[in-house]
Ligand binder design. Sequence first.
Ligand SMILES: Nc1ccn([C@@H]2O[C@H](COP(=O)(O)OP(=O)(O)OP(=O)(O)O)[C@@H](O)[C@H]2O)c(=O)n1
Ligand SMILES: C[C@](O)(CO)[C@H](O)COP(=O)(O)O
Length: 265
Amino acid sequence: MTDETQAPRTAVVIPAAGRGVRLGPGTPKALRTLHGTPMLVHAVRAMAASRAVSLVVVVAPSDGVAEVRAMVDDHLHPTEAPSFAPARAGGGDETDIVVVAGGETRQESVRRGLDALPADVTTVLVHDAARPLVPVDIVDGVVAAVRGGAPAVVPGLPLSDTVKEVGALAEGATGPGEPVVATPERARLRAVQTPQGFDREALDRAHRQGPVQGEGATDDAGLCERLGLPVVVVPGHEEAFKVTRPLDLVLAEAVLARRRANDGY
Ligand SMILES: Nc1ccn([C@@H]2O[C@H](COP(=O)(O)OP(=O)(O)OP(=O)(O)O)[C@@H](O)[C@H]2O)c(=O)n1
Ligand SMILES: C[C@](O)(CO)[C@H](O)COP(=O)(O)O
């Protein structure tokens, strides 16, 4: 329950508890470095660059909470101050950072982050640590859409590939490939990114509903769709891509190098 007498407050939950299996063996993905800085720190900075964001909840690997807390303090609280003042577009207040332990799935990690939010938070963003380079304009666009009345907002981009739906091969069957069962109309598809933005009450409700069958909900907006809530897509950005496979690391380093050359980032 939120206190209507207080100013609306926006918080971000950053799930960062994944292992990064698709990236290959090594340190958990969110703790790997890009241009010498952990991916998670890039992601926190990207969120805190928005004037709207006053609290970030980082969801760390359950065996790495102390390490992540120390990393956050090293990179973002160098003077032991209780909160950190990021380089915001246009200046602004400071951002508090809380670190909590994650779960076995992304969905469980997000729920644990939601459980850590104070009562006065009315708008929640959920942002993958694995999307460290999202520009602040995208964050602001999502927040504006939620504050404008949309209960669930996702940034998205049109696809450049044609997408095929495939069926499963019958048990024991062999064949030259997976059978194609449909080709959805590409113009109506969007590849969705994060941060996804929500009315806090709607997202809490979506996370409290029963278990999801099959692959599960691969994003938080999907849980809202199951409740029948309207979800809208706002423009995403190509630099908000998810670092998933080794080639994505090469792209991320190249984007950072271009930013550094262009504006000394
Ligand atoms: N149990 C989990 C699994 C994922 N995540 C987070 O959810 C985001 C998106 O997930 P993904 O890119 O799939 O990350 P991983 O699960 O680490 O990757 P993989 O599936 O390759 O192991 C990441 O920031 C990841 O840290 C999480 O907090 N808790
Ligand atoms: C939430 C997400 O980033 C939206 O595209 C995506 O669904 C996460 O998927 P992952 O398999 O957990 O990386």
